[in-house]
Design a protein around this ligand. Sequence first.
Ligand SMILES: *Cc1c(COP(=O)(O)O)cnc(C)c1O
Length: 368
Amino acid sequence: MAVPLLDVTRQYDALKDELETAVLHVLAEGKFILGPEVTQLEENIAKLCGVAHAVGVASGTDALLLALRAAGVGPGDEVITTNFSFFATAGTIARLGAKPVFVDIEPDSYNIDPNYIESAITDKTKVIMPVHLFGQMADMDPIMEIARAHNLVVVEDAAQAIGAEYKGRKAGSIGDFGCFSFYPSKNLGAGGDGGMIVTNSDENYELCRILRVHGAKPKYYHKIVGYNSRLATIQAAMLLVKLPHLQSWSEKRIAHAKIYDAAFRGIERLKTPVVKDYTTFHIFNQYTIGIPNRDKVMAQLKGAGIGCEIYYPVPFHRQECFAYLNYSPDDFPFSNIASSEVLSIPVYSELTPEEQQEVIEAVTRIVS
Ligand SMILES: *Cc1c(COP(=O)(O)O)cnc(C)c1O
């Protein structure tokens, strides 16, 4: 039996009637861009996060881009972020003409190590952008402490962590901005691209709302040059149907993770994901194991029909597009180790017990 890494059609099958009704309603109403469903989704996401405001945008990447812009990031500025994440984290910094400054990760959580942040700060630093990788939040208390001491803005890349909690506080609610993605592979996935910025600041809220419509307020009067980054109403309508299920879907992922943890406990060469003491809710966007001969294991798993993927094979400091930053390949040892050992295996909510057993047997056989 083949087991996919993710099968988004199962969510559709489960919610078919509601999703179709919601989408057809948008088609009938014709308010395709920033329609009433977008406003409703913004209210619901703000409530979920316990923050004052939310702004729907075209993607998670745009959420980061607009938040950084709203934070005043531009040419000559520096933004400190993790060296190990999806490309958008670093790409958005560079797109604004700012310099991405990378710091290494904690070897257990794969999240940014706050201990390395302070020494990366210069008089050009404007923002710290932690990423909550794989569904577990970064260690936010020390990050916020450093940011406040140096007067820096914090933008949380919470694309993989909607609903996750750090010491009981929701992802996106601790920094000055929280950024979410509704890319179909995220825990709350749309039927296309979508994203959201959350913030407690009235001023930043207004700024993000203006930035997503070309910097206009009122329409056709532009104080600043913004972007076309509007959330499509059809996406918001689908997300409103899915949002009430997010908590139970994430709980199912946690249950799958616990079963994997128990099954893999005896395999010495296999590192299971570490859940930190401060993590009160890990949403397991990915269940990522660490293994020494990863590439061989991956090839054999794929040969056995088990979906698996490397998130991520190349840390930022070794990306060709960042050669101008002049890092050495040997910098950031923990990112280098992570990129050579990580492998994500199926953990999605609809994974059946039979499928999970198949994954466990294949991994155990191949790794042992
Ligand atoms: C998915 C993701 C993004 C980008 O979101 P898109 O909606 O795909 O643009 C940014 N950062 C991280 C960590 C992500 O996983």
